[in-house]
Design a protein around this ligand. Structure first.
Ligand code: ATP
Length: 776
């Protein structure tokens, strides 16, 4: 029972509570930090409820005001620092009655709940009962009419924190990509031993009702077979699985066999399919030396990946906005994400859809269950099947629709390039197309033509590309040179190899190359073929998309670097690191990394750097260090994009800070350089590479029976695939509304309007830099 019994006046500032509930998930701390700081920034007070609903029921010290400084450094911490629990007492009305009393006594009438569907259901029940609970508290004399009067409405906002990604209505939940990262790291590690001994591995991952983790892991690691709860295999699956694996090993020469199984995997009669059953089948029927690896709780552990830090931060900020904007009659919202857009969805709509999926599975109506799953999930599943079982004559297109599709990488290497190529190759093989890899970009193509056949254009075989599933960089070789350096030879090569389509994976150069080829169609008929750019660059500066392959890998590498370097200052306590990021003239990477590591400031070319800015930031640092409490012993980070200023270099800024700090703190410069291009691509880059590459191939297929003339006048025949807001779209390069004219800042090699610029405001708000006023 709460110890606070005295009547309270309504507080001067609105009080917002935040709790984490259900299974913990990486990113929950980022969400709490964002809620706390956004609440304080919005002139409210923030209260943390410890141990989930247990804390709300017990009150006392388990509900505490939480201040700006208290959440410093939380972004990089795994688990949930305010604790989580499964609370039996909150399931009872009596428990919720105590919870309501505890909230009223503290003047809290808004609650941000981060948890799974159970936690969010609990929150909704609580809100629905709230008026009745208050009446009961007055009726039984625990509170007075005057005490409850200011709190007639309880505001609830949900954040989905769950590693399973099992909530309908959102593409991703806070924690799911971190968990996927743990899984992929583990499977990547198994690769080497599996290859050495030609072994089979059955890997069991979490997911009692939802196969998202298993599906994405299967895509990211090129698994031979996948078991998920919502799509049980057809009867006789044992034969199907053995036949595919035999084909992959014997006919195609694959040395590694990976089977991914979700813990809730089952057959069509709802009998569990366990990892040990699968192992026995592979061992007994195929004589395959097979091992089982059950990943268990490692999947929950560790720091949040870049995406989860970004997602939890932006969703936490949005949750507070929703609290402040919600009206008494509006249904409680849950904060969701669709592609790249943070949105609000009625909480109970999302929860009921989620529950319906489970009920349909229980009723063995698997088709219906899948229709209720998000479109993205279904697309990924189809894409996995497309690429996992190539050479499927049933899926072959008629002869006249089969195309010779050239694949080229242009620009600097980026994570996901190989995976996009692998997906394109596999898709081609599934449909009867011929995938042709151009090695080493346009110079590679032209060199071949100069009567020196060096194998620069080659048909790619399944096994070759299959091995690229988790490799970084560019296996077919990439080059920055553009076709304009030799249009003549380029066109001859297009004719020589009878290219019917061109699939270009790369950054701004790739975009420029396709623009050049499109314009040169007037002179060179060979270029009158469909051409698609799949953006892949760590700079994320390609017009027509808000996301490029490789940018997520780069961000993850950068945050690992920043976390480590920040930690190195934990003994000295008073150190600022000025870290230089790549990104050319686009500040995307610097800003997003700034958001993910909680940078004090981010310097980008779009804003530049001036002396007033530096002077103010040094004052801000002084103030910041003065407020540091003992527990926050890590260093502070400033990120500076490599092109932010010609004068104020990274070293100069670090030196200026050191000089001006006058011994109160010190400063160091650090340049991670090419380290940022990353090693193995992040799971997000891998899975998006697959999905986008397949979309590109499908787009190209639309032109199979079109004439060169028809193709030339069709604006979408030279296009960029991209994520824009909540959609994945193809945008035309040319034409009056095309990207070349309307969206490209050619001199600065970036889009004219950059969607992420507003994130600068969020970085500054969360660091306090935005509202900092130096003393006069
Ligand atoms: P996970 O995805 O990890 O399972 P979850 O939020 O679904 O997370 P649950 O154990 O279902 O986890 O719920 C967490 C807590 O939410 C429960 O312990 C309980 O306190 C509360 N809760 C769940 N369902 C209800 C409900 N119908 N009414 C009241 N409280 C509930």
């Amino acid at each position: 029972m709460s110890t606070i019994q005295a009547p309270v006046e309504p507080p001067k500032r609105r009080r917002i509570g935040v709790l984490t509930s259900g299974g913990d998930a990486p990113g929950m701390n980022g969400a709490v930090r964002a809620v706390v700081r956004m609440a304080i920034h919005s002139d409210c007070e923030a209260y943390a409820v410890f141990e989930g609903y247990e804390g709300l029921v017990h009150g006392g010290d388990m509900i505490r005001q939480i201040h700006w400084e208290d959440v410093r450094g939380w972004l990089s911490r795994g688990g949930t620092l305010i604790g989580s629990a499964r609370s039996a007492s909150f399931r009872e009305r009596a428990g919720r009655l105590r919870a309501a009393k505890n909230m009223v006594l503290r003047g809290i009438d808004a609650l941000v709940v981060c948890g799974g569907d159970g936690s969010l259901t609990g929150a909704d029940v609580f809100r629905a009962e709230w008026p009745g609970l208050l009446k009961e508290l007055v009726a039984n004399g625990e509170l007075t009419e005057a005490q409850v009067q200011p709190y007639q409405v309880l505001n609830i906002v949900g954040l989905v924190g769950s590693i399973d990604n099992d909530m309908s209505g959102t593409d991703a939940t806070i924690g799911c990509y971190s968990s996927l990262t743990r899984i992929c790291d583990a499977v990547d590690d198994v690769f080497d031993t599996a290859f050495s001994h030609q072994r089979g591995f059955v890997i069991e991952v979490m997911g009692r009702h939802c196969g998202w983790l298993a599906l994405m892991a299967a895509i990211s690691t090129g698994a031979d077979w996948l078991f998920i709860p919502e799509i049980p295999p057809r009867d006789g699956w044992e034969d199907d699985m053995c036949s595919i694996i035999t084909k992959n090993r014997k006919e195609r020469g694959k040395r590694i066999t990976i089977v991914i199984v979700a813990e809730g995997a089952q057959d069509r009669q709802l009998n569990k399919i366990s990892s040990s059953t699968i192992k026995d089948i592979l061992t007994e029927r195929l004589g395959l030396d097979t091992r089982v690896t059950v990943l268990g709780h490692t999947q929950r552990g560790g720091a949040a990946c870049a995406y989860d830090r970004w997602l939890s931060t932006l969703q936490g900020v949005e949750a507070v906005r929703a609290v402040l904007e919600t009206t008494p009659d509006a249904p409680s919202p849950v904060i969701t994400i669709r592609e790249n857009k943070i949105m609000r969805t009625p909480l109970m709509e999302a929860v009921s859809l989620t529950k319906e999926v489970t009920s349909y599975i229980q009723a063995k109506d698997f088709d219906k269950a899948m229709t209720l799953r998000d479109a993205e999930f279904k697309e990924y599943h189809r894409a996995y099947l497309n690429t996992a079982t190539p050479d499927h004559p049933k899926l072959f297109l008629p002869e006249k629709k089969r195309m010779r599709i050239a694949i080229i990488h242009v620009g600097a290497p980026a994570g996901g390039m190989n995976q996009a190529t692998r997906a394109a190759v596999n898709y081609c093989l599934t449909r009867g197309h011929t995938p042709l890899a151009i090695h080493n970009g346009f110079p590679g193509l032209c060199r071949h033509h100069a009567d020196k056949p060096v194998g620069s254009v080659r048909e790619v075989k399944w096994l070759e590309s299959d091995n690229w599933v988790n490799e970084g960089g560019s296996e077919i070789g990439t080059n920055r040179s553009l076709p304009s350096e030799d249009f003549e030879t380029t066109a001859k090569c297009f004719e020589l190899y009878k290219f019917d389509a061109l699939f270009v994976v790369g950054g701004f150069e790739a975009f420029t190359a396709v623009s050049q080829l499109r314009k040169a169609r007037v002179t060179y008929p060979a270029f009158r073929i469909p051409m698609v750019v799949l953006p892949a660059t760590i700079s994320n500066n390609v017009p027509g998309t808000e996301y490029s392959l490789g940018s997520d890998t780069c961000l993850n590498t950068l945050i690992t670097f920043c976390d480590a370097i920040r930690q190195s200052a934990s003994s000295s306590r008073r150190r600022v690191f000025v870290i230089e990021t790549q990104g050319g003239k686009s500040g995307y990477i610097a800003t997003t990394a700034g958001l993910a590591v909680g940078a004090v400031a981010v310097y980008i070319p779009e804003e530049g750097i001036d002396i007033q800015m530096l002077s103010r930031d040094i004052d801000f640092l002084r103030d910041n260090f003065a407020r540091d409490k003992g527990a926050n012993r890590a260093g502070k980070i400033i990120l500076r994009n490599e092109c932010a200023s010609n004068t104020y270099s990274t070293q100069v800024i670090a030196d200026m800070i050191k000089e001006e700090a006058k011994g109160r703190f010190e400063s160091r410069a650090a340049v991670p350089g090419h380290f940022q291009q990353g090693g193995k691509p992040s799971p997000m880059d891998r899975v998006r590479a697959l999905r986008m590459a397949i979309r590109c191939m499908q787009h190209i297929e639309n032109y199979a029976d079109k004439s060169p003339e028809e193709i030339s006048v069709d604006e979408l025949s030279a296009a960029v695939i991209g994520i824009k807001g909540s959609q994945v779209l193809f945008s035309p390069m040319g034409g009056p509304t095309g990207l070349e004219e309307t969206e490209t800042d050619w001199p600065r090699r970036r889009p004219k309007s950059e969607f992420w610029l507003e994130l600068q405001g969020v970085v500054n708000m969360l660091s306090g830099r935005g509202t900092f006023k130096p003393e006069q």
